[in-house]
Design a protein around this ligand. Structure first.
Ligand SMILES: NC(=O)c1ccc[n+]([C@@H]2O[C@H](COP(=O)([O-])OP(=O)(O)OC[C@H]3O[C@@H](n4cnc5c(N)ncnc54)[C@H](O)[C@@H]3O)[C@@H](O)[C@H]2O)c1
Length: 381
C-alpha cells in the first residue's frame, strides 16, 4: 500500500485539471490580506496544486510547504510557526507541540481530528479547526463503491477478465434492494449513506448517540440500539468519529452478535474496529465480507522497517500483522484511505482551510473543535 504522502505527491501528475498549471484561483473572498505582523504559516502533507492554491490565498505571508507530515519537518522550520495546516498523517502530540512554542492555530485539512491531541492544544491555547462538511456525499458514494464491489465480486471479476477468464462460477452476487443496512453514526456522512441506500430501496436502521427523529421520519429509517442494529443488518456501515468512546466499538463480543453472513464496511477510522476481532468473525463466517478504507495501524504499514525500534514495538507489530492478514483475505477489500479523495472534495477542503485560517487571523475562528480554548486566546495578527 503506498502512503498518503506518496499518494498526495503523485497527485500532482494524476490530476490533469488541477496540476496542468490550472489550480482554481481562490475567489477574492478567499484571499486573505496580510496582517501588519505576518505570522508564519506552515503547510504539511501538501501536493503541488495545493501549494499554488495557498500561495495565492495568503499573498505576503511567510509560508512554508512540505510534502511530508509535520513529524518529518526540520525543527528549525517549526520554531517560529504560528499557524500549522496538515492532513491526518500529521499527528499532533504533546512532544511535537514542544517544538512549536509560538503555535496558535492548527487547521487540519480533514473532518476527523483524532490525530490531534486536543487536550494538549487547549492547554496551550492553540485553536484547532477542521473541515466538517467537505465530503459527506464523497465518503458516502465511496461507501457504496465498497458495498457494490463486495456484493457483486467486482475485484475478482475484473481480475479474471484481465486474465481472459470469463467464467461466471463463484461470481453470483446479491441485490442491495430489500436488504437491511445498519448505519452506525448517522451524522453528516451517515445521513448521505442513508439517502443513497433509500435510493437502492434498502431498509435502513441507524444507531447514533444523538438521534434526530425528524430526520428519521423524512429519510424513512429507524433508530435502534447498537445490539438491535447488529442483530438485523445485512450490511453494517461505520460512520462514527474516532474517539475513546468509539475505540474498538466493533470488537469480538459485538461481532458475535451480528447477523450471520453480514458485510462490514468501515470508512470511519481504523481503530473503531478491533482487527483481531474482525479476523475472528471472518474465520467464523459471521462476517461474510468486509470493505475497509481504513484499518488500525494503516499509518504504520509504510514504515515497517522503523517498527522494531519504535516505542511500543510489540503492539505496533501486532497491528501490522493484522493488517497484512486482512489484506490477504479474498473476501476483504482494503483501500488506502481514499474515501475522501475526489477532486471536488479536495477543492472544498482547500477553500474551507483558507477560510478557517483567514477567520483565525482576523480574530473570529471558525469550525473550532476545541471551543473551550476560545476564552483564552487573542487574535494572532
Ligand atoms: N475515509 C475517509 O476518507 C474519511 C473522510 C471523512 C471522514 N471520515 C471519518 O468519518 C467520520 C464521520 O464523519 P461525519 O462528517 O459524518 O461526522 P459527524 O460528526 O457529522 O457524524 C458523526 C456521528 O457519529 C455520532 N457518534 C459519535 N460518537 C458516537 C458513538 N460513540 N456511538 C454512536 N454514534 C456516535 C455523532 O452523534 C454523529 O451523528 C469522521 O469523524 C472521520 O473519522 C473518513
Amino acid at each position: 500500500m503506498s502512503g498518503e504522502q506518496d499518494k498526495r505527491a503523485a497527485r500532482a501528475t494524476d490530476r490533469p485539471r488541477l496540476a496542468a498549471g490550472a489550480p482554481r484561483r481562490p475567489a477574492s473572498r478567499d484571499r486573505i490580506d496580510p496582517a501588519p505582523e505576518r505570522p508564519v504559516i506552515v503547510f504539511c502533507d501538501v501536493a503541488d496544486w495545493e501549494k499554488a492554491y495557498f500561495e495565492r490565498a495568503f499573498v505576503g505571508y511567510p509560508l512554508r510547504f512540505f510534502e511530508r507530515p509535520v513529524e518529518e519537518v526540520p525543527a528549525a522550520d517549526l520554531a517560529d510557526v504560528v499557524v500549522l495546516s496538515g492532513f491526518i498523517r500529521s499527528r499532533i502530540t504533546p512532544d511535537l507541540l514542544e517544538r512549536m512554542p509560538r503555535l496558535r492555530m492548527i487547521a487540519t485539512r480533514s473532518t476527523g481530528f483524532d490525530h490531534v491531541d486536543l487536550t494538549a492544544c487547549t492547554a496551550r491555547g492553540i485553536v484547532v479547526s477542521n473541515v466538517p462538511r467537505y465530503g459527506e456525499n464523497t465518503v458516502a458514494e465511496f461507501t457504496f463503491a465498497l458495498m457494490l464491489a463486495l456484493t457483486r465480486h467486482l475485484v475478482e471479476a475484473v481480475s479474471r477478465t484481465r486474465n481472459c477468464d470469463f467464467r461466471l462460477a463463484g461470481l453470483e452476487g446479491a441485490d442491495l434492494r430489500g436488504k437491511t443496512l445498519g448505519v452506525v453514526g448517522a451524522g453528516n456522512i451517515g445521513v448521505h449513506v442513508i439517502r443513497i441506500a433509500r435510493g437502492f430501496a434498502m431498509n435502513v436502521v441507524a444507531f447514533d448517540t444523538r438521534p434526530q427523529p425528524l430526520l428519521a421520519e423524512v429519510l424513512g429509517f429507524a433508530y435502534q440500539t447498537l445490539d438491535e442494529l447488529l442483530a438485523c443488518s445485512d450490511i453494517v456501515s461505520l460512520h462514527v468519529p474516532g474517539s475513546p468512546a468509539t475505540f474498538h466499538l466493533m470488537n469480538r463480543e459485538r461481532f458475535a452478535t451480528m447477523k450471520r453472513g453480514a458485510i462490514l464496511i468501515n470508512t470511519a477510522r481504523g481503530n473503531v474496529v478491533d482487527s483481531e476481532g474482525l479476523l475472528w468473525a471472518l474465520d467464523e463466517g459471521i462476517v461474510a465480507a468486509a470493505g475497509l478504507d481504513v484499518v488500525a495501524g494503516e499509518e504504520l504499514i509504510r514504515e515497517e522497517s522503523e517498527l522494531l525500534t519504535a516505542p511500543r514495538a510489540d503492539e505496533r507489530l501486532r497491528l501490522v500483522l493484522c493488517e497484512h492478514a486482512l489484506l490477504r483475505r479474498p473476501n476483504v477489500i482494503v483501500t488506502p484511505h481514499i474515501a475522501f479523495d475526489t477532486r471536488e472534495a479536495l477543492e472544498r477542503i482547500a477553500e474551507t482551510t483558507v477560510a478557517n485560517i483567514g477567520a483565525f487571523l482576523t480574530g473570529s475562528p471558525t469550525n473550532v473543535v476545541n471551543p473551550a480554548v476560545l476564552s483564552s486566546i487573542a487574535p494572532a495578527a
